[in-house]
Design a protein around this ligand. Structure first.
Ligand code: SF4
Length: 438
């Protein structure tokens, strides 16, 4: 039995790097500590406990995690410093060596943090509790209110795909998921807390149902019935798992937004084979066409990696040309970085940093052209926006259902309220469209 009296009057600070899943999990850890008497620090306060939820998707992510840990140690010099997340799971020894780290928790231990916090007064002890990834079996539900209006609802974790460049299965374990009835209850909870928009998130959400015998489509159908949710967004779905039934369902649903995030990774079939992806460019093209046939105004965001091992100049040009002909709205461009213990390291051909930079610029230019074209195609249309808490007083921003960023002068009565607007012209830096509120 944990003696929670040791937590009395204690304050905690939280730092999250990486994906929506990490944000959902940090928030759930925060709720757990709050429920046991450890409140969140207020701006400018010094914490007794710091929790850093790290990312390790690239070398740069590792570096940013180390920088964050060092900065937090300086900001909270006497705090008990806990580091968890993918970097902690993949390199616990490396993390523990960082000055000031007191506790390293693995992916399977992060939700048992209370147990480990009993060591609160054993400062500088360098405790590591990280189980081997193959021992991670359980699914820990999580749901967070991001710092904006939307909630991140974790429905699935881990991955069985083992793409040749990726370490996520090594950091988060095998694919597993929560039960539909429990996830529906979490969505109902978001509504009770005033949530209007929920983002369905996981590592490989399309693989939902692996451990419960349910299906992703059944989950979406069940969530669609939750009263009070204004809209859902699906974070990202593997192209081979985005079935025509799911696309038809989204098109017919009042609540599921016409917004798709598809990880393509390369527009060259030869590179897709080397990446061990589970589709080819013709399947991907079919999915995009299917979406645009029944939802012509849908937003389609696409992930692409440049500079992977084996991506020759010719294969890169194939990738660029393939994406140029796709009717999509924006790219998320990632630069490949070597990851330990990945199959990609067996491929001899490498791309120089200068060449990676050049390829990334070409993809980013193409992405900006696609975004401007998509936004332009929507000017004059009527949409619904949920405006977010403004960062500064005068201007507020919000996204339409088809993921167009909009801008208008601040009216606090409209924050987190679904608002019908007509899309106007671009703002000065072309980052958003202005709106006329109806
Ligand atoms: S699908 Fe591939 S890229 Fe995505 S998490 Fe799984 S292994 Fe990594």
């Amino acid at each position: 039995m944990i003696d929670v009296s040791i937590f009395e009057h204690k304050k905690a600070a939280y730092y999250t790097l990486g994906c929506k899943l990490n944000f959902a999990e940090t928030s759930t850890i925060g709720n757990l500590l709050e429920a046991n008497g450890i409140r969140k620090v207020r701006r400018g306060e010094i914490a007794d406990i710091c929790v850093v939820n790290t990312c390790s998707v690239t070398d740069l992510a590792d570096k940013k995690s180390r920088q964050a840990i060092r900065r937090i140690r300086l900001e909270h010099p006497d705090a008990f410093l806990v580091v968890t997340g993918c970097y902690a799971q993949l390199k616990p020894g490396e993390v523990a060596e960082i000055a000031g780290v007191d506790l390293v928790l693995g992916a399977g231990q992060k939700h048992e943090i209370l147990l480990h916090l009993e060591r609160l007064n054993e400062k500088g002890g360098k405790h590591i509790s990280v189980a081997p990834v193959q021992d991670i079996r359980g699914f820990s539900p999580s749901c967070s209110q991001g710092d904006r209006t939307r909630y991140f609802l974790k429905v699935q974790d881990g991955c069985d795909y083992f793409c040749s460049y990726c370490t996520i299965p090594l950091a988060r374990g095998r694919s597993r998921n929560g039960r539909i009835d429990a996830i529906v209850q979490q969505a109902e909870n978001c509504v009770r807390q005033g949530g209007k928009e929920i983002v369905i998130t996981g590592v490989n959400v399309g693989d939902f149902g692996k451990t419960t015998g349910e299906t992703f489509l059944e989950l979406l159908q069940a969530l669609d019935k939750v009263a009070g949710v204004e809209r859902y967004r699906i974070s990202s779905v593997e192209p081979n798992l985005l079935t025509d039934e799911i696309i038809d369902f989204v098109a017919a649903s009042e609540r599921f937004a016409p917004h798709f995030h598809l990880p393509l990774q390369s527009g060259s079939d030869s590179v897709l084979l080397m990446m061990k992806r589970k589709y080819d460019t013709s399947l991907f093209r079919r999915k995009v066409q299917k979406i645009k046939d029944i939802m012509p105004d849908a937003f389609i965001g696409v992930d692409v990696i440049v500079g992977t091992r084996g991506e020759t100049e010719t294969f890169f040009e194939q990738s660029l040309a393939f994406i140029q002909e796709l009717d999509i709205s924006q790219l998320h461009v990632f630069t490949y970085s070597e990851r330990a213990n990945t199959q990609a390291l067996k491929i001899d051909h490498t791309v120089t940093p200068a060449e990676k930079k050049k390829r990334s610029c070409l993809m980013l230019d193409l992405s900006e052209k696609k975004r401007i074209d998509f936004y332009t195609s929507q000017i004059g249309t009527q949409r619904k926006v949920i405006f977010e808490q403004p960062k500064s007083g005068k201007i507020m921003y919000g996204f339409t259902e088809n993921y167009i960023l909009t801008e208008c002068s601040c009216d606090r009565t409209l924050i987190n309220q679904p608002t019908t607007i007509v899309l106007g012209n671009f703002n000065d830096d072309k980052s958003a469209l202005k709106v006329e509120i109806l």
